[in-house]
Design a protein around this ligand. Sequence first.
Ligand code: ADP
Length: 329
Amino acid sequence: MRPTGRLHLGNYVGALENWVKLQETANSPTATEIFENYHLIADYHVLTTNPNTSEIYKNTMDMVIEWLGAGIRPEASPIFRQSQVKEHAELFLLLSMLITKERLERNPTVKEQARDLNLEETLVYGHLGYPVLQAADILLYKGEVVPVGEDQLPHVEITREIARKFNSTYGPVFPEPEGRVTQFARLPGLDGRAQMSKSLGNSILLSDSPEEIKAKMRKAVTDPQKIRRGDPGRPDICLVFTYHRKFNPAEEGEIRTGCESGQLGCVDCKMRCATRIADFLAPIREKRAYYEAHLDEVQDVLIDGEKRARAEAQKTMAEVRSAMKLGEV
Ligand code: ADP
């Protein structure tokens, strides 16, 4: 994830929740797949849309606090900053020779970002190439599974293509990783846009208080045909219902019937949803408060994670250089 500030619900249900689940399989004797996880803070990637680095440290700490609050255990899975493991930059450069400019220009995610952020005329070279850096991020640790939201799947595909190209050119070094999405791989935003995103300003943050969540929910868009209580609504096209499905599954049936019959008004429906979301986030907010008061522990997590990631990255780069005959004497 990019350290661009506090996380939102989309980041949680699309990625972070899955990370915690995959981490637990490492401890489960009955798991069919056992994972060793690596959690990368993509600080180089922030520069693709924002050259200003004055907030990067604060944003990094904020994000790590939320990862820890959500249940990531750093002793099991290293947490580290991309910029502190130089091998990311080296592998990025080598991999960038294995993909064409045309292939990168066809990437739907970068096109979507350029459109949403009005960058069509000002997209920087590093932004176009960021899936290649992401391929380096994954392949450096010989990643086999990449748990991401739907918007990132095209990048996992690019990573697979690059891995294949490297292996067929220089010999087998990398696995071909697979993307893994959750049931809520693209959580819609409060404004009804397809994706909740920080840059679109349509998100509920993990750190929002119950009052803030209620205030945001009040403004959320609903079925435009349901204007007042009594009008029958269409839950399947309503984003508030999507949130109920995730955060209030016990009442999903009742909410659907109430909405369709018109008995449940949108304001009531939204407030019930806001309460459930606030309950869901309460333990994360509580743990956040602990880590905010113990920033030295968070710093130690990074120092330790960076040491472990570096050791792994150095091993892979030695294999890469040897396969490519770089530095041979
Ligand atoms: P943002 O777009 O808010 O800057 P990032 O690009 O840093 O978020 O995404 C971090 C992770 O969260 C990625 O795996 C991404 O796919 C996932 N993600 C982001 N927004 C959503 C969403 N609305 N629904 C599901 N997953 C999401």
